[in-house]
Design a protein around this ligand. Structure first.
Ligand SMILES: C[S@@+](CC[C@H](N)C(=O)[O-])C[C@H]1O[C@@H](n2cnc3c(N)ncnc32)[C@H](O)[C@@H]1O
Length: 256
């Protein structure tokens, strides 16, 4: 986080967003800058900005336009009905009969939100305060969606901190703990699926403590731990009980 704090600032371009931007910059202990006063040689590579009614993560290319957000709408090809059918590899891995899931590595929350849309009861954990701010913004937008309001659904609860500690404090063991840590990259950047994940790696680095995270998840789960990993990586905790192979990734399932 320290290294990230030096590389990140909150920017604002609209005075009406100054107060919210000040609060965010203070919370993250990063500089607050005015967008139009940024010079070419400003120090940061990444910026957070309230724009288009979202909190966005920007890099130098997207400073004026674009940026990354926690996307709360269904992914391309996913059904818009609620609950969405439990038919993909993710649903098979977490178990169609599971009810409660803790996502210990929420990141851009795309897996959490896919599971939420399938009707699983989700709780989320994220240790990066920057990602946590982006997730909170996404979950606030989720709460405003018609399909969420008409069904009186509550967005997942977000716990901010290290899952290795927080998992030990859960009041009830969930049916499944889902773990998708950052593994060292093997493929060239251009082959990586999404810019969002490339940026996450650039700002946070690999999750070197993923084996400790697995151990904590194994202790805390009621029934199973699911580890999402790139297809080239060795299983994190020896031979899994089940494995679901996707295009470039794999879900290893460890059942108690
Ligand atoms: C590869 S990303 C997860 C992507 C996510 N599955 C998605 O759909 O967007 C890994 C995330 O897990 C977080 N993380 C890794 N280890 C963690 C830990 N021990 N506790 C909490 N968060 C952790 C990282 O900060 C990062 O944001």
């Amino acid at each position: 986080m320290t290294q990230f704090a030096n590389n990140l600032a909150v920017v604002y371009s609209d005075l009406s967003l100054l107060a919210a931007s000040e609060i965010l910059a203070a919370r993250l202990a990063v500089p607050l800058l005015e967008l139009h006063s940024l010079s070419k040689d400003s120090q940061q590579d990444f910026y957070l900005c309230y724009r288009d009614d979202c909190l966005k993560l920007l890099d130098r290319q997207t400073l004026k336009k674009g940026g990354l957000i926690v996307e709360v709408d269904p992914r391309p090809g996913e059904q818009h009905s609620y609950p969405a059918p439990k038919k993909d590899l993710l649903a098979q891995a977490v178990g169609k009969k599971s009810k409660t899931i803790v996502d210990a590595t929420t990141g851009w929350a795309q897996d959490s939100l896919a599971m939420f849309r399938m009707g699983y009861e989700m709780q989320c954990i994220e240790r990066s305060p920057v990602m946590a701010a982006l997730i909170e913004d996404g979950f606030q937008r989720l709460a405003q969606k018609d399909w969420v309001q008409t069904r009186q659904l509550q967005p997942p609860k977000l716990l901010v901190g290290n899952a290795i500690e927080l998992l030990q404090q859960l009041s009830e063991a969930p049916d499944c703990i889902y773990v998708d840590p950052m593994f060292p990259a093997k493929r060239k950047k251009s082959a990586l699926a999404k810019k969002a994940m490339t940026v996450l790696r650039d700002i946070l680095g690999d999750d070197e403590d993923r084996e400790d995270l697995f151990a904590a998840a194994w202790q805390a789960t009621g029934k199973r731990v699911v580890v999402k990993s790139p297809d080239y990586a060795e299983p994190i905790a020896g031979k899994p009980s089940e494995s679901y192979q996707g295009k470039l990734l794999r879900y290893d399932v460890y059942i108690k």
